[in-house]
Each structure stands twice: as C-alpha cells, then as structure tokens.
Design a binder for this molecule. Structure first.
Ligand code: ZN
Length: 181
C-alpha cells in the first residue's frame, strides 16, 4: 500500500473533523521569539495535552505529524499524569493548521495566524496590542455590540461574565448546602 493510499484512508473528512474538534478544545498554537534574537532564535509549536494517551495517538495518526510524549506529572490542577502531542517548526505548524482550518473555531484560527505572524516577523508582538486586535473572546463570543463591555481599557465578554457569575453562585450555594446539613 502506497503512502498516498494510506493517507486517503486515514485522512477522511470524518477523521479530520474529529481531530480538528479535539484540537479546538484541547490544543494550542504557540510561538516565541527572543527579544534579543539577533541570532534568529525563534520557535513555533502546535500541541495538545490530555490524560488519555489513546486520543492523542489517534490524533497523531490522523494528522500524520508530530509525536506523543509523556506521561508528565503536572504541578497544578490535574493530579492525573498527562500526555502531550506536539509538533515543532514553521512548515509543520502551518500544515496542521491548514488541514484542520475548516473545522477550527474563530479563537484557534486567530491563535494560529498570530503564531505564524510572530514567527515570520521574528519579533514578539506586544501582548496588549494582540488583545486589542482580538475580535472574539477565548470561547468564540464576539467582542463587539451588546456583548462587549469595558473594564477600564480592557475589553470584556458579557456572555462569559454571566457564565462566571452563575458558576460562582452555584459554588456558593453548594458550599452553603454542604455546611448546613
Ligand atoms: Zn465569551
């Protein structure tokens, strides 16, 4: 069986849609350029961290790039060891983003474009400027119209505000119910 034939079998639309959905929820694009990078030190990666190695192996076999490593013991939060799929390099990150593009949400598409822009420009963008250029919050709600509010100069998402306050009320109720009985 030839390589192309293998790809046709694994990279079905159904599999790619699954991989992109998985990445959209758990993955990230990252790039870094040293501010003193006169020597051109820069890095770019795509990665997904998960406690379930099988899911990461499946993801790897569909995108056909990168490696799964681990287990790693995370310091905070998750007590379970985690595994990480990652791929580095400009070409690979560009390829992974392009093959998942159709199914990625607005937020991940922006992160991908930013990572590539940073890498290509060879300069680290100002974090505040990046935030200002964001058109959607982390969860994909529009940062415009009725959904936008300002906290000083910081732009906030009202939908996420409401969710956070509902969650904190629910936690408070749960605490009170727990101590009352
Ligand atoms: Zn939001």
């Amino acid at each position: 069986m030839g390589f192309t034939c293998f790809l046709n079998r694994v990279r079905t639309r159904e599999n790619m849609a699954w991989a992109a959905g998985f990445f959209d929820g758990e993955g990230s694009f990252w790039s870094n350029v040293r501010n003193d990078a006169s020597d051109g030190v820069r890095a770019i990666t795509a990665s997904v961290t998960n406690t379930d190695r099988e899911l990461l192996d499946k993801f790897q076999s569909i995108v056909g790039l990168g490696k799964v490593r681990g287990p790693y013991q995370e310091q905070r939060g998750n007590r379970q060891p985690v595994y990480r799929w990652s791929v580095g390099g400009h070409r690979a990150v560009q390829a992974v983003g392009a093959m998942m593009w159709e199914w990625l949400g607005t937020y991940k598409r922006q992160r991908w474009a930013e990572a590539l822009t940073t890498w290509r420009a060879g300069v680290r963008p100002n974090a505040i400027e990046l935030k200002r250029a964001q058109t959607h919050c982390k969860w994909g709600h529009p940062l415009s119209g009725d959904n936008l509010r300002f906290n000083g100069r910081q732009r906030m998402c009202r939908t996420c505000d409401r969710r956070r306050s509902a969650e904190s009320k629910a936690r408070k109720r749960a605490r009170e119910a727990g101590s009352g009985s």
